[in-house]
Write a protein that binds this ligand. Structure first.
Ligand code: AMP
Length: 290
């Protein structure tokens, strides 16, 4: 595995790989790598000759300085993790390398970021879109991989790539969970044992909502209020939002049509966790209660 800190060194290496017709796959991360990242990396390694993993705790996407400070950092563990997964190339630039002063440019998708996490974390997705567009320009991969756990991020990146004609295929990867169902996240390490147990309410409530929706006998309005009730019943959970949106526009909806994203965010102590599922209504279900 080759590790790069400088953009020009990485680009020189990738140029030599492209000259040999080797396709590049790219997995952007904040580091503190876990099995969720592992699923993206495995897919990238299976589909591309060269897999670039970036680990960069992007300061511009943290709306809360305390969250940025507390974000887990494990450079040695990440390097070992990448090596074990067969990553060919690790890119870990400094903030100075990616944002040399006087950095000005921002990429914004105002419509797609009015709901869900976007409504709760001002500036977050501008930070994500800006850093992802920079990384895509620097690396110029054939494919880039993003987790469905961060469903709004995936939608934002897909839209940005279409709008700005990036020559890359964006591939979504299903959420990886611990054996008890909790979506794996770098933030889980900050939960104490009681909070870790309480956090299971997110997946449990969403899973039940998904089953109910599949039965075709409940309305989206019912699903939303039932989800809120269930999460609120967990003493250690504080809801940030529960939302049902059209999967493409990310606008709130109560209409049982097309594909909807059912998403929730909650605090367990200081730790904010998110989870979601998507549901596609069969055409015959269009008359389902609304
Ligand atoms: P992060 O380091 O948290 O920015 O995550 C980097 C990428 O890994 C993002 O595309 C995430 O959506 C994805 N990811 C994080 N956790 C999971 C998970 N449990 N399952 C699938 N993908 C994940």
């Amino acid at each position: 595995m080759e590790t790069f800190e400088k953009i020009r060194d990485l680009q020189a290496f990738l140029k030599s790989q492209k000259a040999r017709d080797r396709q590049i796959g790219f997995v952007p991360t904040l580091g503190a790598l876990h099995a969720g990242h592992g699923a993206l990396i495995e897919k990238a390694c299976a589909q591309n000759a060269v897999t670039v993993v970036s680990r960069f705790i992007n300061p511009t996407q943290f709306d809360d300085p305390a969250d940025f400070k507390a974000y887990p950092r494990d450079p040695e563990g990440d390097a070992r993790f990448c090596q074990q997964y067969g990553v060919t190339t690790l890119f870990q630039p400094s903030a100075q390398e990616l944002y040399p002063e006087p950095f000005q440019t921002r990429v914004a998708l105002p419509q797609l970021t009015q709901t869900l996490c976007g409504a709760k974390r001002p500036g977050h997705f501008e930070g994500v879109a800006t850093v992802v567009s920079k990384l895509l320009h620097i690396i110029q991969p054939r494919r880039a991989y993003f987790g469905e756990k961060d469903a709004q991020q995936l939608a934002v990146v897909k839209r940005m790539v279409k709008d700005l004609n990036f020559p890359v295929e964006i591939i979504g990867v299903p959420t990886v969970r611990d054996a008890d169902g909790l979506a794996i996240s770098s933030r889980n390490a900050r939960l104490n044992p009681q909070q870790r147990l309480a956090a299971l309410v997110l997946n449990r409530a969403l899973h039940e909502a998904q089953k109910k929706l599949k039965s075709g006998r409940v309305s989206l309005t019912w699903v939303k209020s039932h989800l809120i009730e269930q999460i609120q019943s967990e003493r250690l959970a504080t809801i940030d939002y529960v939302s049902i949106v059209d999967a493409e526009t990310l606008r709130e909806t109560t209409t049982p049509k097309g594909t909807v994203l059912v998403a929730a965010a909650a605090y367990f102590g200081e730790v904010r966790l998110i989870d979601n599922f998507s549901h596609t209504f069969a055409k015959r279900n269009l008359r389902q209660l609304s």
